[in-house]
Design a protein around this ligand. Structure first.
Ligand SMILES: Nc1ncnc2c1ncn2[C@@H]1O[C@H](COP(=O)(O)OP(=O)(O)OP(=O)(O)O)[C@@H](O)[C@H]1O
Length: 289
């Protein structure tokens, strides 16, 4: 559905925001993961036709979107990172406003979307009084007005409380059926349970594109639990990568990334996706050193 070929974006001579990204995406929820400044927002803005690549091509169903931006605009929903609502509009009025802008004339659709994002009971409340999570849900409803095939959401869970985060995650997982949902985050656990694929960016480059299962599979035998006396901890920490340390009286309960048994009594652990990615990163660093 969406194909990126050598997509590059430079700002002036100094900033290489996105560098030679090639990627093929079909249906499902794709987690675009990277630290702050990795280039995620810039890549998403290029897909949303809000900025053009310096080099490279983005093809949507085979059509170059730089040459024909409307081909994708009609079929795209976009929720930017800094999505804001208008102070004087209720949720319903906000949706009516965007529906008019997008040429959507079906009032029943607005009602259905407000139900989908669970805001129908709050439709007459000023959107400016909503919590962060409610505003983002309204943002998703707005992005879905044109029944898009591609939904691009930039850091949607930043600043949300755990309950809102969960609700938002479930909503995106539901939407992933039959659509492409491209979701950026720097918090791996936000996409762990819903992403069908991960695209990982570092310093503007795509460093991996694979399924979470493949990443977890590769991390087998690399993540360990151990319980060590406090006085042994300092020495151990010098030799291995400690992912998590928790004091338990005189002892430390640890989770460790290491390519082999890190210390006597350690046990192989089931890694989380975040731990698997860290273990992979450490392994690459060790290879490069
Ligand atoms: N309009 C711009 N002009 C100059 N530099 C820019 C511009 N937009 C982004 N950058 C730079 O490009 C790089 C990538 O930024 P981008 O916002 O795409 O990263 P990100 O992965 O989305 O980070 P974050 O999670 O913080 O939003 C950064 O160094 C950023 O400062």
């Amino acid at each position: 559905m969406l194909e990126l070929r050598g997509v590059t974006k430079h700002f002036g001579k100094e900033v290489r925001a996105v560098e030679e990204v090639s990627l093929s995406l079909g249906h499902g929820v794709v987690g675009l993961i990277g630290h702050n400044g990795a280039g995620k927002s810039t890549l998403m803005q290029m897909i949303a036709t809000l900025t053009r690549p310096t080099r490279g091509q983005i093809l949507f169903d085979g059509v170059d979107i730089a040459a024909k931006p409307d081909a994708i605009r009609h079929r795209l929903g976009y929720l930017p990172q800094d999505f804001g609502v208008y102070p004087n509009l209720s949720a319903l009025e906000f949706m009516q406003y965007f529906a008019a802008l997008k040429g959507v004339r079906d009032p029943a659709r607005i009602r259905r979307l407000l139900e989908l994002v669970n805001l129908h009971d709050q439709a007459h409340r000023p959107a400016a009084s909503f919590s962060g999570g409610m505003k983002r849900r309204l943002g998703i409803a707005q992005a879905l007005l044109n029944d898009p095939d591609i939904l691009v959401v930039d850091e949607p869970t930043a600043g949300l409380d755990p309950e809102e985060r969960l609700r938002f995650r479930n909503l995106l997982a539901e939407l992933g059926y039959g659509k492409l949902v491209l979701l950026s985050t720097h918090i791996v656990s936000d996409v762990e349970s819903i992403a069908t694929e991960l695209a990982i960016m570092r310093s503007g480059r795509l460093v991996a594109h694979e399924t979470p299962e493949a990443i977890l599979q590769r991390a087998r035998g690399q993540v360990w639990t151990a319980n060590v006396a406090e006085h042994d901890y300092a020495a151990l920490r010098e030799r291995v990568h400690v992912l998590q340390a928790q004091r338990q009286g005189e002892r430390m309960a640890l989770r460790i990334a290491h390519p082999e048994l890190p210390c006597l009594g350690a046990r192989e652990a089931e890694p989380s996706l975040e731990e698997a990615l860290m273990a992979q990163r450490y392994a690459l660093q060790a290879e490069a050193a």
